[in-house]
Design a protein around this ligand. Sequence first.
Ligand code: SIN
Ligand code: CO
Length: 376
Amino acid sequence: MYQVNFDIADFLTNYWQKKPVVIKQAFKDFHDPISAEELAGLACEEEVASRVILTEQNQWQIIPGPIEDYSAYGEQDWQLLVQAVNHWFPDSIALVEAFRFIPDWRFDDLMVSFATPGGGVGPHIDNYDVFLLQGSGARRWKVGDIGKYRPRNGDTHTALIDDFDPMLEVTLEKGGMLYIPPGFPHCAKTLSTALSYSIGFRAPSQQELFSSLADQLIDQNTGLKRFTSNGEPTSPSCVSTAQQQGLQAMLAELIANETTMQPILGQLLSQNRFELDLCPADEPYTKEMLIEDIGHGAQLCRVGGLKIIQLEADPLNRLFIDGQSHTLPEHLQPLATLLSDNIHLSQAQTSTLLAEPELVTLIVELINSGHMYLAE
Ligand code: SIN
Ligand code: CO
């Protein structure tokens, strides 16, 4: 079990989404949840997103995974990065759970890196909040102020930038952590062979929100209202200010409608950017099997990274699970929260859930789809 060793309320008030902060002993007696060998094992897998970055005299070369052979890279100046380790390596999930003081919908993934001396991704700007936690080894971090920076090699599609003036420099050792909000340039240089953990959080952009809205309108064949006006401009080439405002108002009307927006938000915010390690049941799993297995002491678990979220004041009392919505009767609201809030359910909590037929049906459905499973 991992427990943060700092004042969460103070962090949320003074730093979260505001400014970088170093927390020297963020975890007491920290131990790596994964070894370098286990990380390399994940990086061999086709479905796991990984890359190696080579540092060559202030040039950085990216080698996309899967990575099977490291012999060409030598003893220094390279780094292996593996995304969504919490989806593929169950022992790492407990570390992510220590960050649930930030709600699940904001969580992106746990990226783990193995870096040799001199290794690092170079100066860059992320558009997400990240907690950079040091495991074994030591790395020297520098962070610059928010501002305008030149993209590296003029390429505006990557997060990489030319160098920057640091406003903060720190050497992180085991259990030390650096929090960086979006927009602050940063980079690390590895001092001694290191395992590091990037616990990333992100929020949807306007682009993503509009794209989800458009998908939903097309799927449901709604949003078909068309613009009308009761006055036309005198110039044939002119779209009047009133008409522009009327067209914008049509969009604003859609966005202000909770009935339209709630399912879009629930679906979008319960989805993951990285693939989940789903293991659908080989043969159809049934309600009877579930009751029997739980009775024999099996534990109900969710796959790593699965998000089960609820929207406050949702009149339909929905659970949004990996982009799908599940409506439950109103009286089951507290039990829906029990299922969404708790990653680990005790035997007593599971029995309470299974006393309700609607929840039995939902859980069986989740086991059959591979989102949940039973462990001994
Ligand atoms: C790194 O570990 O060097 C990259 C992590 C990050 O900056 O997000
Ligand atoms: Co970064």
